[in-house]
Design a protein around this ligand. Sequence first.
Ligand code: GDP
Length: 458
Amino acid sequence: MLRQDTIASLITPWGVSGVGIIRISGPESLAIARRIFRPSSGGCSWKSHHLYHGDILSLDGNAVLDEALIAFMPHPHSFTGEDVIEINCHGNPLILQSVLDLLLQLGCRMARPGEFSERAFMNNRMDLSQAEALAAMISAKSAKACAMGLAQLKGSLRKKIEDLRLLLIEAIAQMEAEIDFAEDLAEQKSPAVPPQIVAAEEQIRSLLSTYKEARVYAEGLRVVITGKPNVGKSSLLNALIGRKKAIVTDIPGTTRDLITDTVHIGGIPVNLTDTAGIREPRDMIEKEGIELVWNHLAEADAVIVMLDGSSALTDEDQTIIEKNKFGNVIFAVNKSDLPAAWNIEDAKKFVPADKKIIRISAKFGNGLEELKKTIIASHGDEDKSAGAVMVINLRHKLALEKALRLLQSAEENLMSGASMEFTVFDMREALDSLDEITGRKITDDILDRIFSSFCIGK
Ligand code: GDP
């Protein structure tokens, strides 16, 4: 589907850089490029996918706006599937703005966020899962998340969904044939569940099992440090991220708000949050800060409960231990550089046996390597991502869950001897749900929502 209007946008970030690239896409791209570009020597034959050197001229042709490299990518062999021109300008925002203004004067419209990708999707250059993979890859926070985005961009999920579709279509065809011939059958047997349904369920379950790990690589583990005031929470955050982000003092109650930063441990982004020390609040601000902590703890993937090994445990420590001991928790006994006021064996009496207790010194770095390893192990030791098709997007996860529910319902209908029509209905709905992932079947408002969440130039 080729569209009528021609759009333009900067596709590299705004700001000072060596080069800034402007993309023009649509039927007028080449005509506009011819008007503004003066080749430096030897002319310019606008050969497909070739770079030409020359000047970008002002509207009246009297001024040079920039010296640039320009490339023409005719449809359908371009990112959007339309005629595309890309201009490599010098990366000064003033220059880039003047070239963009020129393009608008010549009839281009500014591209909306995600509009290049939307056009690529509309022109079948990529399916919806690939367009979303591109967005995920660009904003990925770890090398693994980049690799997962790239695999999906290359069509790994699309292929998997197409295979699942074929299974469902085969099963539906068989069942519809049975419905057609049912009237001819003197006696209907209780039908067996087609193997395609069982296989599709199995494959969807296996896809869904990758989401948790994919999310960790994409968004990071949420790890919250908690403990009473002055045990060394801020010191630990600073030690793990390698710089002074949180204020460290011996005045209790200094951290009021949540302080978060990301550190990469073993290739996994870990979003660490330092929190207000838990104690009986002395004022409203501290009270609010402590309430924030409790909410945040509930959403964490792992909690580090910090205790001060150099002074006796108090009721405040006991309360914090009690409230956290059944979650994914690591106990860090800090200040190991000072004489111990209590024996770590004593802590084992009130901490569940499967929980790890690590002696550390946030100030001097002792025990931090072990703590880091334990944080990473808290999301599972196994790396399932190698070679597997990963589900990295919540929308895809929800669509797969819905498809699975419908297949299970189809199976139950068959087993209970309900009319075959009900089963076929569920199967078709399951198919629709899979088609939402690739965008074969999707409503305009969902498409709008997806592409408008992309940033400008994508
Ligand atoms: P928070 O209130 O739990 O965030 O604790 P802070 O990180 O602000 O530390 C409170 C005090 O304990 C400061 O004076 C730190 O220098 C000190 N402290 C933190 N960690 C250690 C440690 O490992 N050893 C020693 N000796 N002091 C520490």
